[in-house]
Design a protein around this ligand. Structure first.
Ligand code: AHM
Ligand code: MG
Length: 350
């Protein structure tokens, strides 16, 4: 169905890609609130706050290049990486929005050394969710106008409601997540999320600032023909990973596969979920646990992957079963179409 709405210049434009019944994200959250096991409305409010922050960050990302927000901010984060200005801005926007709406009891972010306890009054103590977030993933791509993303992960706290959060509330295995999602700031801006009942994708109509359901029930194809890995690190990979990469490149049946690597996890994952493929960030002789962070990069992506009939492993066990020990812990990450991940696993076991 086509709907005519005015764009920002007042012209009438047709909305043709709005998805089923033109459902907005706001409507979808309300309609599906009941399907969530512990539904009390609090999780819906939280996802709504993330939706709002995503729109604000989207606005900032789209201004990059026009105003002075690209380039380094001059600081380094806890992992010793340069913080880009937009990293810092996105971090502020998400934290501010979650704080102001008083719907979480704690936040952990890639850009913050320690977790933030939100406990300024008793009312806030009663909130039961913690959020872990990578506010702007792939930020080294910003300066060159390549897609970046936001990744988020939501848990119920394990310590009693009414007390300040502790590290224990954040160091939960990924299988305990109640919701997870990402925003990809790409050719269009999409918010994709799961509350454990499948994966749905919403595309932002920038003319009216509304997300519409455009990709209902997203699923990884059972197999695919794309492998995504930073092959510049090939010499440092374990033999099993090297052998699997050679397998992807061999001519046989549907192989060789296509190599596609943006260097922006959200975008690489998003493409592979739609087209079928495998994403790999293995450990190597120079980075013994790989690069990606378990709590706010791998766990949310693994939860989404499994909800979309894909698989995610660290090479030994399911990502969602890894017991975290540190807030900024790194972990090897292999994720994608189930048959491709299983094939990789065979090579790793050999
Ligand atoms: P970041 O959180 O510092 O942006 O790093 C994470 C990013 C991922 O989005 C991407 O897949 C990976 O780092 C790329 O790393 P590399 O440049 O080593 O291939
Ligand atoms: Mg990141």
């Amino acid at each position: 169905m086509f709907h005519k709405i005015p764009d920002i210049c007042g012209k009438q434009i047709a909305l043709s890609v709005l998805g089923n019944r033109n459902t907005t994200l706001g409507e979808f959250i309300i309609e599906n609130q009941g399907s969530f096991q512990y539904s009390s409305g609090e999780l819906s409010k939280l996802i709504n706050a993330i939706r709002l922050a995503a729109k604000v960050v989207n606005h900032e990302v789209n201004k990059a290049g026009l105003v002075d927000i690209i380039g380094r901010a001059g600081d380094t984060n806890i992992q010793g990486e340069d913080q880009q200005k937009l990293d810092v801005l996105a971090n502020e926007k998400f934290i501010q929005t979650l704080r102001n709406r008083e719907i979480v009891c704690g936040i952990a972010s890639e850009e913050e050394d320690d977790f933030i306890s939100i406990n300024s009054n008793d009312e806030q103590h009663r909130n039961k969710y913690v959020v872990l977030i990578d506010p702007l993933d792939g930020s080294s791509n910003i300066d060159v106008n390549v897609s970046v993303g936001t990744i988020f992960s939501i848990y119920r706290r394990v310590t009693p409601v009414g007390t300040p959060v502790t590290l224990e509330d954040f160091l939960q295995p990924g299988r305990n997540q109640v919701a997870a999602g990402y925003v990809v700031y790409g050719t269009s801006t999409m918010l994709v999320y799961t509350t454990g009942d499948g994966v749905n994708g919403f595309t932002l109509n920038p003319a009216i600032g509304t997300f519409y359901l455009s990709h209902p029930n997203m699923e990884f194809p059972e197999t695919g023909s794309i492998y995504s890995v930073n092959e510049g690190n090939y010499v440092h990979f374990l033999q099993g990973v090297k052998d699997y990469i050679k397998y992807c490149q061999q001519e046989d049946g549907d192989r060789p596969y296509t190599s596609r690597y943006i260097g922006s996890l959200v975008s690489d994952f998003h493409r592979n979920m739609i087209k079928g493929g495998i994403y790999m960030y293995p450990k190597s002789s120079v980075s013994t646990n790989g690069k990606l962070r378990l709590l706010y990069e791998c766990n949310p992506m693994a939860f989404i992957a499994e909800q979309a009939k894909g698989l995610a492993t660290d090479g030994n066990i399911r990502i969602l079963d890894v017991q975290p020990t540190e807030l900024h812990q790194r972990v090897p990450f292999f994720c994608g179409s189930p048959k491709m991940v299983q094939k990789l696993q065979e090579f790793l076991e050999n």
